[in-house]
Design a protein around this ligand. Sequence first.
Ligand code: SAH
Length: 351
Amino acid sequence: MDNAFKDIVDKLKDSQSISKEDFAYLLERGDKDDIEYLFAAARDVAERYFLKEVYLRGLIEFSNYCKNDCYYCGIRCSNRNAERYRLSEEEILSCCDIGAKIGFKTFVLQSGEDPYYTDDRICSIVRKIKIAHPDCAVTLSIGEKSKESYQEFFDYGADRYLLRHETADEEHYSMLHPASMSGARRKQCLFDLKEIGFQVGCGIMVGTPHQTVDHIYEDILFMQELQPHMIGIGPFIPHKDTPFKDEPEGSVDRTLRLLAILRLLFPKVLLPATTALGTADALGREKGILAGANVMMPNLSPSNVREKYLLYDGKICTGEEAAECNACLRARVSRIGYHVADSRGDHPDFV
Ligand code: SAH
């Protein structure tokens, strides 16, 4: 038992802020009971706004072509071993039809940065999904674009946009990406998206090479400035065909502590228990919910392409069908005393 640990948790819960020293303490110190106290505080705050509801988002990985060369990512352009694929507009729409039948109210369209999908093509897909499923939200996760492009996507009906900033520290950013990419530009994209009116998600991987506690604290300061509606975090997991193939995997314990801290700092934020967390630990997603997360993203991609969208090694659910992933996640959620929400699951300030 560590009273200092608990005092920091109480202070964080009351003030929704934390000093760098206290943050480091919560990430690195404490025994099992202390950590459970942190998680219980995060669950308590999540329940205040979300009851015991978990939102499901159907994830459609529609292309693994990518023009970028991020050092951590399995679909980076210089990975010659990646077998590339693209889904047609019809295939994407049929994924949504399947998803709607099993109760999803949000579709997340994610891909590498694939120039084949011009703004016109993206807008057409978004509009057709919104016409077929007017009660559903469409989330895009397709990388860095100009503000004009983002505005067009929004005008055609896209509701939300996920763009992890990956790290707020410019120097650390340059250790994870080639010199042609810029952390400042990525942050600007997030501010543009917010200004346009999207519900915006940023986020990081936990345990990327060279990441320090100070870096993660910088991420928190950036998030406090951006005030995102969603924050996606998951452990870094090495991929065999990347420059980071021999780097250690990010810690599940640290990811869970960070989820709980983020819940206490941002009580209303949408916080997914990610597939990477479920890959690093078979019960990772359940543990995520029990540390304050409130979103899960089952895979809706057609099963013949799933094993090709590999950002990291060992990704779970690559052999399943949409209906199986849905049933499995619903069972996992109810086993821990939560239930899947029927609503679209917008940010509480957005409805
Ligand atoms: N091209 C889109 C989608 C990126 S993939 C974009 O630029 O936003 C979605 C997220 O997966 C990335 O933002 C990154 O944080 C995460 N990711 C990539 N490689 C990973 C790895 N090796 N381990 C864990 N997460 C990874």
